[in-house]
Every structure is written in C-alpha cells, then in structure tokens.
Design a protein around this ligand. Structure first.
Ligand SMILES: C[S@@+](CC[C@H](N)C(=O)[O-])C[C@H]1O[C@@H](n2cnc3c(N)ncnc32)[C@H](O)[C@@H]1O
Length: 331
C-alpha cells in the first residue's frame, strides 16, 4: 500500500487572470439581461465552500443525509456498480466538493483492494486542497489525481490520462443545478466524452412533499440565504463592485408541477450598483435568479439516461425514497 496524491493543475497567474475575466464577463452579461441572473458555479469561493458545508449539516437540508444514508448503508451495491467486470478503472468525480459521501465508497474499494485511481474535479481549488489533505490522512492508500476547473474541460483531461475504463460520479444532485434541457445536454455531452461500457453513477433528488423541498432551501437559520448573498460579497471583492448586501433578500420558490426549486435575491429598494466602471440599475423588488435545484421522478431519471445515450442498469434509493443514486452504462 502507498500514498500517491497528485494535484494536476496548479493555477498560474495567467490562468487566474483569465478565470477572473470570465467571472467578470459572466456577471456583467447575467446582470445586463432583461431577467437578471448569476451562475451558481460562482457560489464556491472559500466562504461559499464553508457555507455549503454548513448547509449540508442543516436539519432541513435532507439532500445530504439521504445520499449519505445510501453511501453508508448500500456501499456494497454501489461498489458493485463501479467494479463492473473487475478491470482497473479511473473513478472521476465531477463537482466532488468535500467528498463527504463518496469517501465511504472510496474506503470500501480500498479495503477490497480494487484497482482504481480517484480523480476529483472541482471548480473550487480551495475545496480540492481540503479534500486532498483529508484523503491523504484518512485513506492513505488511495491514489488521488485532482483537477481544478470546469466539469467538461477537466473531464476531457481526465479521460485522456489513461486507457482504463472510466466511471464518473456526479453526486449531491449536482445535475439538479441545471434546467431540464441543460441537464439533457449535459448528459449527452458526458456520454460523448465516454466510451461504450463506461459507467456513470448519478445522484438525483426526487419529487416529494413540496413543503419539505422548499424548507430545505430556505432554512430557519438563514444559512442558505447567506450562501446566496455571499456571491454578491464575492463580486464586490473580486470585481470591485459596491453591492450593499443588506439591500438584498433571499427568496425561495418551489413549483411542484415542473419540479423546479429556484432561489432568487430580491432588491429591497431602487438602487444602482457599480461593477468596475459599469452601472447596473435595480428597481425595488426586482430579482436576481441565482440557482435551480430541479427535482425528478424515478421515471424521469430513466428517461434522461435513455435520451442521452446511456442504459440505466441499477439504482439505490434511501429509506424514505427521497433520493436516488442511479447507475448508467454508456451504450
Ligand atoms: C452542491 S456541491 C456538491 C458537492 C458534492 N458533489 C456533494 O455531493 O457533496 C457542488 C460542487 O460542485 C462544484 N461545481 C459547481 N459547478 C461546477 C462546474 N461547472 N465545474 C466544476 N465544479 C463545479 C462546486 O465547487 C461544489 O464543490
């Protein structure tokens, strides 16, 4: 047994500059549209990572507990999904975060001496450093090769490292942070990046009582509100803007018909925000659309697989039937 932790991409000054330029472009484009919006991938700076870890511990945020239950209690079944024919593979996790759940699977695979390399991909370099540090002390025998950046750019690099078969994890209902049409395009793009026989294990939050869903994204302690408002603070700091955070309020809406749970920030007054040299006017009660957390039925999950070129092979749900981890094979 040995420890092998490799950080693939150390962000260089030029890369940081271009990431900042892209952030600026996306923010200005999002706030200049007829409907103002921001991209939720920018939530995850250091403070955003910390707040998201607090959200995962909120009593109302059932999403993590349900998937954690699956990873703790059905580890053997999950392991069978990824081990497949027993040949060596690369286990690529998209948006790995702190790998709270996948860690159970990783430990199980290491205990069973399964030959694999773990490749976590995340846009947050901060969370990847934390993850690498924790994994190297908690599962020292694990081979880790982490990639910092956007899902597909990094997936392309990850699949090219070796000729081994690939198993891709997309947990935590990350797919729900895309509108259904975008999720379908994402799944098709994912399929296009894989070879027939490669596998995906995807965590999807299921439709349930609408109040349970709404409360999960509008916790009493206001952590989700702070998580959303933190993006304005990040824009202030990184893009030299002057949002008055106290003049915005978090608002959450769940539509049981469409399964779309959406978060917004509402401007509490008429105000003009400056970002660098650009001015952005806000009317009182005008909203910024921040994030979608789309909910599905089991049937819709199977349709998503079929429509994107995957074959659903098996799935596990938690004891309440609120969350599913489904295994798809690239057809
Ligand atoms: C909701 S958290 C879930 C984390 C983890 N999968 C879990 O289940 O606990 C989303 C994670 O995906 C990452 N992320 C979001 N958008 C991304 C993107 N476009 N490319 C890469 N990572 C992304 C975030 O930095 C964050 O760590």
């Amino acid at each position: 047994m040995y420890t092998f932790t490799e950080s693939y991409m150390v962000p260089q000054a030029a890369q940081k500059k271009s990431a900042l330029e892209e952030f600026r472009r996306d923010v200005l484009e999002g706030l200049n549209g007829s409907v103002k919006k921001l991209q939720s991938k920018y939530f995850y700076d250091k403070e955003g990572d910390r707040l998201f870890q607090q959200i995962m511990n909120c009593p109302e945020y059932y999403v993590t507990n349900c998937e954690l239950e699956i990873f703790q209690q059905q580890t053997e079944l999950l392991a069978r999904m990824v081990i497949a024919d027993g040949s060596a593979f690369d286990l690529i996790e998209l948006g790995a975060g702190d790998a709270t759940k996948s860690q159970y699977l990783l430990q199980h695979l290491i205990n069973a001496e399964v030959p694999f390399t773990y490749m976590p991909i995340d846009i947050s370099g901060n969370i990847l450093s934390e993850l690498e540090e924790r994994l190297s002390s908690e599962i020292p025998a694990l081979r880790v090769r982490s990639l910092e950046g956007d899902y597909f750019e990094m997936l392309q690099k990850a699949v090219a490292f070796t000729l081994k078969r690939k198993v891709v994890l997309l947990l935590g209902a990350n797919i729900g942070n895309m509108a259904p049409q975008d999720a379908l395009e994402f799944a098709r793009r994912l399929r296009a990046g894989l070879q027939p026989g490669d596998r995906v294990v995807i965590g999807v939050d299921l439709k349930k009582h609408p109040r349970v869903i709404r409360e999960a994204y509008d916790d009493r302690e206001g952590i989700t509100a702070r998580f959303n408002l933190n993006l304005l603070a990040r824009i202030n700091r990184e893009l030299k803007a002057d949002f008055d955070i106290a003049q915005f309020e978090h608002y959450q809406h769940y539509d049981p018909d469409s399964g779309a749970c959406k978060s917004y920030l509402v401007s509490l007054c008429n105000q003009v925000i400056t970002i660098g040299k650009k001015e952005i006017p806000f009317a009182k009660d005008e909203t910024i659309y921040m994030e979608i957390s789309q909910k599905y039925t089991l049937n819709e999950v199977a349709m998503l697989a079929a429509d994107s070129g995957f074959i659903p092979v098996s799935h596990c749900t938690d004891s309440k039937g609120w969350f599913v981890d489904a295994c798809w094979v690239a057809g």
